[in-house]
Design a protein around this ligand. Structure first.
Ligand code: MN
Length: 338
């Protein structure tokens, strides 16, 4: 972020403002963690500040401080529209194109508020007044820490902020194991622990929350796992019937796609999950090394994300989706066989 931008933002926030913080649709740990981290930071300066998430998110995120204050746009549309309409400043966190916020897209697009984007996804759109975009960053939470640091205000980082930011860095880095985890990431993590983040407790809150049904669903997913050794690729399918059998709830399949990548030699993993409600197959993609699932998803599954983690969707049946996936792979044989 440019020095001038920081100066302007400092000035902008020097008086109490009406601020809305918006994470992306289907918010994850980084989206909610960064939103709440920023919320606890800004709250100290007398701003009126509301987080509005496009839709609901999994229970394993519902313990972070002040989480209960997050408004859900799809459930509280009218009240949210009013707040967005009257906002002076809108922070958009952990996404970079307004089509990533579902039904909020129109009202946020229309708003004349100053928009500030903080995000680490590829190819940002140009909608924001101030854009802090860095695709080399581990997480938006690490960037919110940097943002506060650029405002020369790390003294204002309290235990609440530290807890929320730690959570998002942890979830977006697969607990500090993805290549995006730098020495700088660890320095930020160290600072957050010093500020009061309870790392062991946060790990427990996020990861040790499985239900019996969820583990049974994981068992089902692992039985469905298929390997295509000629492409160093593995994929999992889960049909709506299978989800129903194990009483699927939002978030239950979080992390399942990574099991494909845990196989020795596999560099590309996919999971295809049927959603009868949305009439689509949800696609989640992971890779190791230089194979860009962001580009793969943009080209074939109407999605995108990062080089090593991306999402997408298919309007075909499950069978046809998997067939399409397998049909595409030979095109990428050279990059998948490095
Ligand atoms: Mn993120």
């Amino acid at each position: 972020m440019k020095k001038d931008d920081i100066k302007h933002i400092k000035q902008l926030l020097s008086e109490p403002k009406s601020i809305v913080v918006v994470p992306h649709k289907n918010p994850d740990g980084d989206a909610i963690g960064s939103s709440l981290g920023l919320y606890h930071y800004l709250k100290q300066f007398g701003h009126k500040i509301v987080i509005i998430a496009p839709n609901d998110y999994p229970d394993f995120l519902k313990w972070m401080p002040a989480e209960e204050s997050v408004m859900i746009y799809d459930n509280q549309t009218e009240a949210s529209d009013l707040i967005i309409d009257q906002a002076d400043v809108i922070f958009t966190l952990d996404f970079n194109a307004l089509n990533r916020i579902g039904n909020m897209e129109a009202v946020v697009t229309k708003s004349r508020a100053v928009k500030i984007m903080i995000d680490h996804h590829q190819q940002p759109d140009g909608y924001a007044t101030y854009t802090y975009s860095d695709v080399s960053m581990s997480s938006t939470c690490e960037m919110v820490y940097n943002f506060i640091n650029m405002l020369e205000d790390t003294d204002h980082i309290n235990a609440e902020i530290a807890t929320c930011l730690y959570t998002g860095i942890m979830t977006d880095t697969g607990s500090f194991r993805f290549p995006s985890t730098t020495s700088q990431t660890h320095k930020v993590i160290a600072a957050l622990i010093e500020k009061g983040a309870n790392n062991a407790q946060i790990h427990t809150n996020i990861y040790d929350t499985s239900s019996y049904n969820q583990l049974q669903l994981l068992g089902c997913a692992l039985r469905n796992l298929k390997v295509l050794p000629e492409y160093n690729t593995a994929y999992i399918t889960l049909s709506q019937d299978e989800l129903n059998t194990y009483n699927f709830k939002k978030g239950d399949t979080e992390g399942f796609v990574n099991y494909g990548l845990s196989l020795k030699g596999i560099v590309f993993a996919a999971i295809f999950i049927e959603s009868q409600q949305d009439q689509i197959i949800k696609v989640s993609l992971r890779s190791k090394g230089d194979f860009s699932v962001n580009e793969f998803s943009r080209a074939h599954f109407e999605g995108g994300g990062h080089i090593n983690a991306a999402g997408g969707k298919s309007d075909l049946t499950m069978e046809a989706t998997v067939e399409k996936f397998i049909r595409i792979l030979p095109t990428y044989k050279h990059v998948l066989n490095l």
